[in-house]
Design a binder for this molecule. Structure first.
Ligand SMILES: [Zn+2]
Length: 187
């Protein structure tokens, strides 16, 4: 299984202009019924997700595919979420949150596309989602707790929104404070 390169806003102390552009754009709606190119992209997304053990979820823009597709672990999740079974994932195409319920809870999140930092982000504790599955069938899903957080994080990617856009406190490692100070001040 190929592990595809992850697109990042920055890498070490360099801002990635080209990658940022794609990560920041609203991803394209996937045509239903699924066409060949979407099926191919879906397979690349799933394969690269399963090939890594450092991600709870992956959105297509994070591997350079600007289409509305996300994949994430859906079972056996504890607070760390690192228990892994290759079958235990959901793939959502053109997902749309139709209902947010429960309290909004704040917790720190990291993101492969925003390396080295973590950010406090408020998310709803329960969401309902309408989407299409791998075969292009309409599905309705309900997610709660930690899983609801993961899904909201991944869906943000499809709108070109990243954790640093959520307005929460940003934690940066001490040795990189210079770089990030400049970066976030220029925003
Ligand atoms: Zn992310």
């Amino acid at each position: 299984m190929a592990k595809t390169k992850t697109w990042k806003l920055w890498d070490n102390d360099t801002v990635n202009e080209e990658e940022s552009k794609l990560l920041r754009r609203t991803a394209d709606v996937v045509p239903i019924p699924l066409d060949e190119s979407s099926k191919r992209d879906m397979k690349i997304l799933i394969d690269s997700f399963l090939a890594r053990d450092d991600a709870l979820g992956l959105a297509a823009p994070q591997i350079g595919i600007s289409k509305k597709m996300v994949v994430f672990k859906n079972k056996h999740l504890d607070e760390r979420g690192f228990i892994k079974n290759d079958k235990d994932y959901d793939l959502l195409i053109n997902p749309r949150i139709t209902q947010c319920r429960g309290d909004s809870e704040t917790s720190t999140e990291g993101c492969l596309s925003c390396p080295d930092i973590s950010v406090e982000v408020a998310r709803y504790s329960e969401i309902k989602v309408k989407a299409y599955d791998k075969e292009g069938n309409k599905i309705n899903k309900r997610y709660t707790g930690f899983l609801a957080r993961i899904v909201q994080h991944e869906l943000d990617h499809l709108d070109g929104k990243l954790i640093i856009d959520r307005g929460g406190s940003i934690y940066v490692p001490k040795e990189k404070q210079g770089f990030f100070k400049k970066l976030f001040e220029n925003d």
